[in-house]
Write a protein that binds this ligand. Sequence first.
Ligand code: C2E
Ligand code: CA
Ligand code: CA
Length: 690
Amino acid sequence: MDTKEGTPGQSQLSHQLLKVVLLCACLLGVLLSLVQVFIEARQTSIAIDKRGQEILAMIHEPAHKALSRFDNKMAQEILNGVMEVSSVRAAAIRLEDQSLLARTERPLSHSRYRLLTDAIFTPIRTFRHSMSADSHAPSASGEVILHFDTAYEGKSFVQRSVTIVLVGLVRAITMALVLFFIYSTLLTKPLNRLIFHLTGINPEHPGKAQLPIPKGHEKNELGLWVATANKLLHSIDKHYSLRQKAEERIMRLSQYDYLTRLPNRRSLQKHLNRLIKKANSNDSMAVICLGLDDFKSLNIQLNFNAAEHVLVKLSDRLRNHVNNSTYLGRLGEDQFAIILTNVGQPYEAAELTQSLLQEFEKPFVINDEFLTVTATAGITLFPNDGDNVDKLLQQAEFAMIMAKSRNRNRYQFYIATIDSDIRQRKRLEMDLHQALEKQELSLVYQPQFSCENGELVGVETLIRWHHPDRGLISPDLFIPMAEQSMDIIPIGNWVLETACQQLKQWQNSGYHGLRMAINLSAVQLQDPDIVDRVIYLLNKYQFSPDALELEVTETFIMEDVEIAKLQLNQLKSLGITLTLDDFGTGYSSLGYLKQFPFDKVKIDKSFIEGLPEHKENDAIVDAIIQIGKSFGMVVLAEGVETLEQELCLKEKGCQEGQGYYYGKPLPADAFIEHLTNLDVLPRIPGRANG
Ligand code: C2E
Ligand code: CA
Ligand code: CA
């Protein structure tokens, strides 16, 4: 067998073939030989009979003569002659009366085949020949009896049979070997060679090595089999590589964020888990959660692709900024996480976070405009703040949320109180829900003045919450809460109603010409009933439209631009004044805001701070005033606290001002008293009712 090309297991077919062919050939050989032996036995038997008859025929004449003469001697001589034939066991010439004329015999011969031949031919064959009287010897009648020992013929029969069987066997085996040789050259050898090639095929690339078609088998079934197998291997290879590519893609997708190519939340969790498991007692790590401030409005203001572009650029910046010992991933829409290992002291994490926040602040150029993005971060430390992935990540996110709720663009370490802070927040949210009912809300009023002639031009109403346990709570804290819980709708309606009522009361007292500015939240702006409510109030209190002003912040209108535009246009059509509040704190440009029907823009108080010394703020305020006026909008500066600021704003051409310099927000009575003291109230007593 060709052991080089096949393992013993693989050559089983050859062995089996050899065995079967040999066995069949031997059986057939033996069977055919047996048939031949049978024929031979029959022929031997016939030959024995023939030989007996021949001997009888040979002695017939002399025996008859001896009988007719009653010549014992002659008869004995004849019989002695017969005994020359070695296979004759006994012979006798008997008279009619059964008396013997002559008789001769010898013992049965000893043959080793006797047992076999006796069974086939019987040990003795008896031949008789009767002799009757004739004219020459009228009294001579009797018979010649011959007993033939079959062992002699039997022996040569056995010898012949053995030869027959042996020759038959040799012939059969030779035939079997020839057949086996033919099978093995035509079938098993090529098969073994194919098996050898098949075992050599790389299962990852089965199509790379083709099976060779065995020589001389190109056009038969074997050739066809190989060609089909090759095609199959090729298509397996193709499908395998397609599947592999798909698997790799799925793997990448499942581990990496498609947009920024940063590891996703799951990979980050896994990595952190590995680090935690590997960490020994004195290893410490920091998990930093970084979230963009106001990504939502960025998304709305820019188109979707540009916002994604910003995210990609930011990720690149972060990637370039961190080193190898830092793992960076994207947690979700606008959130990133950084795992910093080998943190000796917490300030190292703080330093890295600070530098990352600064990376964010570098401006981007998008659609030919400069844009800055800020972010807020929360930091947790392993093992102090938590010893598992979920806790570390969740607390980092909590810390970030807390940092955002206080002041953006900063970082905050996780402290145990954050949990209680968050619990307190929840408690506060519940309290806020009942604040209106429990009459804990009130309004204060802050005057607005013309910078040009010092006249009172309006009043902004600001809400206050007197919490029974916690005292005065800033609207900066509870308004966002109310927006989230939708409590802002009843609260906002109450503000509108109460402010209008107050204005009516003042009008009735003779204080005419006051315009009431009311803050409107984004949620209220999206309320489909808001326009009807304003119409209702104008009718109910019989106000001319210029008595009302609504302030909307730019980030608010960005939440749903289309609805905001629709609602603002409808409000505008009522004739009331629309003001853009907090301008400059969001992402929008004045050019973009031009599409909204604002009459007035309020410069946020953060830009008025430090005027006129603060050069950067000075430049920003200058720019806002210029652009605002060029769009035909009135410009009001918020947070004016000093005479210098007022003078500076006046010089720049700012038309109106509001701030502690003119008056702090005060309850209605104190407000009137303050204005009366300033002597700026345009009271027309004749028209007063009360
Ligand atoms: P805002 O509309 O920008 O209101 C101006 C804020 O600046 C007020 O804070 C006011 O007290 C404060 N302020 C005025 N002049 C000065 C000044 O000279 N210096 C300084 N440092 N601050 C000054 P307040 O009342 O805490 O309100 C905070 C914010 O809460 C408001 O900002 C407004 O966005 C929101 N808000 C207040 N009342 C309402 C309301 O009734 N409805 C809604 N939706 N939002 C409200
Ligand atoms: Ca306002
Ligand atoms: Ca403001």
